[in-house]
Design a protein around this ligand. Structure first.
Ligand SMILES: Cc1ncc(COP(=O)(O)O)c(C=O)c1O
Ligand SMILES: N[C@@H](CCOP(=O)(O)O)C(=O)O
Length: 463
């Protein structure tokens, strides 16, 4: 299996290479050169499989000869063995046509654990027997940071530098990052917003001198392995609801377009799906792009769904690659235009191609609150505000067939917003006990590329 950059000019890599690399050297994102396909028979054969067994079948075609079947199975068992629910990602029925797919049973209570628990193991496996030392740089609006830190804390051969926007993550999210005392964890509170953090991280990858001094690696969804792990739960949930004979719709709370791109990847692998609903909050660049072709980023508005307060969505480039006929040079020119003007227009033809799979939806604060209230009052489910953005779409849009809303975070990660909407203050599960008693450790750094790079360079291990 080989991976190519969306901008066409970076070296082609195998699975090991693509896992250890962040952004491609031409500024693009890696994608499989050829998508593996599963037949309807292969998908029907997944009925009754456990999560780990499903993951083996979905992931194996992507790893080539970089891992043996036994190694992959071992990594998957370790990654999901610590989840707080035996089903790993249980489906909860809400009414005759709606389900929640609970993705928050991992150690940090968000869907990011599903991918990052595996990625931590992959890093360790691919570094074993080498002298390489990874300098992982990441940007987070709260959930990626906590899940990534949890996944790599204390592992040999790697340091993690995680940038979060100061004062813009929930207290639970911040403490999940800053109370980890492992020496290889470096938390940086940036005096800016998430888009600033993400821009700085991408600039570090694009700075050849800086990148050359360290072995930079990524835990954000620019890393292909992140998305690969997320494809699994689309298969697992759809099969439980009747796929390949039934077309299941998925409503996906969206920010960086990673989670919903994993659903699109499942469709490219042959999973018959209904609609993939791209549900955004009022920071709605993605909903606008898909509804009217207007991919232009405006001013970021802080909301009760801070993890989705994003204006420049990394993984949209992976879809744009297909919308540009997989022409890397054409996409590189389009992205250069976007980076200069913060504006890109999709043609009518490109919009039509995207519309084959995606339905856009924008939920404002009232719609999000109404969804949380409906879930609490009508079906006795307390949900987090991000999940509520997805559920608002699931309840509003005319969708044929079963609808699964991805429950991307545990409500206890955002207790204030949940309490405001429902009057109920969710408590943390027992496995998170003590979070509020531990000492926090982080440094505040200016919203400045040079200052951030100097901070990291002073602490990172040279290549
Ligand atoms: C709780 C939660 N829901 C939804 C999202 C959006 O997911 P994505 O960025 O993959 O679109 C995020 C952040 O990524 C998140 O943390
Ligand atoms: N919402 C995210 C933002 C980063 O997204 P990623 O999926 O690219 O890592 C977060 O929680 O940090």
């Amino acid at each position: 299996m080989h991976y190519q950059s969306t901008r066409g000019a970076a070296p082609v890599l195998d699975f090991r290479g693509v896992t250890l690399t962040g952004l491609a050297s031409d500024g693009g994102l890696y994608l499989p050169r050829k998508w593996p396909r599963l037949s309807a028979g292969n998908i029907a054969d997944m009925r009754g499989l456990s999560y780990v067994e499903t993951a083996e079948r979905v992931i194996a075609p992507f790893v080539g000869d970089c891992l043996s079947a036994d190694e992959l199975r071992g990594l998957l068992r370790v990654a999901y063995g610590g989840f707080g629910h035996a089903a790993v990602t249980p489906l909860v029925q809400l009414d005759h046509r709606q389900w929640l797919l609970e993705l928050f049973h991992g150690p940090t209570l968000a869907f990011k654990d599903v991918a990052l628990q595996l990625l931590g193991g992959l890093f360790e496996r691919f570094l074993a027997g080498t002298t390489q030392h990874l300098t992982i740089v990441g940007a987070t609006s709260g959930d990626t940071g906590s899940a990534a830190i949890q996944a790599v804390a204390g592992r040999a051969g790697m340091d993690i530098f995680m940038l979060h926007p100061k004062g813009r993550v929930s207290e639970v999210q911040r403490r999940q990052m800053t109370t980890i005392q492992a020496a290889n964890v470096h938390n940086i509170a940036v005096e800016g917003d998430f888009d600033d953090c993400q821009r700085h991280v991408k600039a570090m990858f694009n700075d050849a001198a800086f990148n050359g001094r360290f072995t930079l690696s990524a835990v954000n969804s620019i890393n292909w392995a992140r998305l690969l792990a997320q494809i699994v739960y689309y298969f697992h949930a759809a099969v439980r609801l009747g796929a390949p004979d039934v077309r299941v719709n998925f409503a996906v709370p969206t920010g960086n377009f990673g989670d919903v791109f994993a659903g699109y990847a499942a469709a490219k692998m042959g999973l018959p799906l209904g609609r993939l609903v791209v549900a955004t909050n009022v920071n709605d660049i993605l909903a606008r792009a898909l509804a009217s072709g207007d991919y232009s980023s405006g001013r970021l508005v802080p909301t009760a769904t801070p993890s989705m307060d994003i204006q420049v969505s990394s993984n949209f480039e992976r879809l744009l690659f297909d919308l540009h006929g997989q022409d890397g040079a054409a996409l590189a020119a389009a992205m250069a235009g976007f980076e200069a003007t913060r504006r890109l227009t999709l043609s009518a033809e490109q919009q039509a191609v995207a519309a084959v799979h995606f339905t856009p939806f924008r939920a404002d604060a009232d719609a999000m609150t109404a969804a949380m209230q409906w879930a609490a009052q009508e079906v006795g489910q307390v949900i987090d505000p991000h999940t509520a953005v997805g559920l608002a779409a699931a309840r509003t849009l005319p969708l044929d067939g079963p609808v699964v809303t991805l429950a991307t975070a545990h409500p206890a990660k955002f207790p204030d917003a949940v309490e405001r909407a429902t009057g109920h203050r969710p408590g943390l599960p027992a496995r998170c006990a003590g979070l509020f008693d531990r000492v926090e450790r982080y440094e505040t750094v200016a919203n400045d590329q040079a200052a951030l790079q100097a901070f990291i360079a002073a602490r990172a291990v040279a290549a």
